[in-house]
Design a binder for this molecule. Structure first.
Ligand code: SER
Length: 310
């Protein structure tokens, strides 16, 4: 049985759907801190900080793999610094320890481009480079990466991780990140015909369509263990664009769309992150290949959201 922690989140919703398609509905136990009314198939409420309940569920459902997705994202974490650190770190230890004790076999835990900072090379950021994050989210992800590698090397734990770029999809909403604008913009374009962006027009960030991100996650988890050379977290490139460029792409399909800019505190976070990522190691080790570019992604999102809004 596969256990998903944070099944109601932006990644969780789509991952549960895809894993159930692949492995069968009954093979995937979705959990979230809130009851998810619309979730079909096995579901349990679980606060990622409730270690006893986590142990109970692992035993009761004979869980062998955990995808641990619960976390406070970059913008939200800046507002609840201590709690973000506690949630992002303690919950990871609970899962890592389950594997160390031999109670589960495999873990997926996402890291982020937020592990990089102002002294990291911004273009084509290499796998191994300066990591000086300035956000509590980035600090927690970097520490988490170090712990994943530590558990892998010292306790032989099979933990796999990707440094996700900003993730963009139409099926679920992100919560409290700096890259969220690139999801909101499509909804506002269809609903209002205009969007006020909280980042400036030339803020380039690494992004990825959710289809690609979910496929990457599953491909990484299915790769033979000996291919997984990086035990901390893999760079994943995706596509790099600015608010101005995504707006131009939307205009091709919705010609009257208008964008304006009102940068807020998230601009500083965006400015500390890379604009593009080198993911050669993911390509070499588990044959990673991206499918969606900005225009293919935009066309797909707008086509699907149009059905939703009409
Ligand atoms: N999308 C995330 C955020 O903006 C980055 O991992 O916080």
């Amino acid at each position: 049985m596969i256990l998903i922690i944070g099944a109601g989140g932006q990644v969780g919703r789509e991952l549960v759907e895809k894993l159930r398609e692949k492995k069968g509905k009954e093979q995937v136990l979705a959990t979230d801190i809130r009851a998810l009314e619309d979730m079909e198939g096995p579901f349990e409420e679980l606060n990622a900080l409730d270690k006893d309940r986590l142990h109970e569920l692992v035993e009761q459902y004979q869980v062998t793999e955990i995808y641990h997705l619960a976390a406070l994202l970059s913008a939200n974490a800046e507002k609840q610094v201590k709690f973000a650190w506690e949630l992002n770190m303690d919950s990871l230890f609970y899962v890592l320890d389950l594997a160390k004790e031999g109670k589960i076999k495999k873990i997926f835990w996402p890291s982020s481009i937020a592990v990089f900072g102002p002294n990291t090379p911004r273009e084509n950021t290499p796998q191994h480079t300066v990591t000086d994050p300035t956000t509590v989210y980035g600090i927690s992800k970097l520490a988490g990466e170090r712990w994943c590698e530590y558990y892998a090397k010292n306790y032989d734990v099979d933990v796999r991780s990707i440094r996700y770029p900003g993730l963009i999809g139409y099926k679920s909403m992100p919560g409290g990140g700096t890259t969220d604008y690139a999801v909101d913009i499509y909804h506002q374009a269809l609903k209002e015909g205009k969007y006020e962006c909280f980042l400036s027009e030339n803020s380039y960030l690494p992004m990825m369509y959710m289809e690609d991100a979910i496929r990457a996650t599953i491909e990484l988890m299915e790769a033979p263990a000996e291919n997984i050379k990086i035990k901390s977290s893999y760079n994943l490139g995706g596509i790099s664009f600015s608010p101005q460029e995504i707006a131009a792409e939307i205009k091709k399909i919705i010609p009257d769309f208008e964008i304006s800019y009102a940068p807020d505190f998230r601009q500083k976070i965006a400015d500390s992150w890379p604009s593009s990522i080198d993911d050669q190691d993911a390509q070499n080790d588990w044959n990673w290949e991206i499918e969606y570019d900005l225009s293919k992604m935009s066309a797909d999102i707008i086509k699907n959201l149009r059905k939703h809004y009409t």
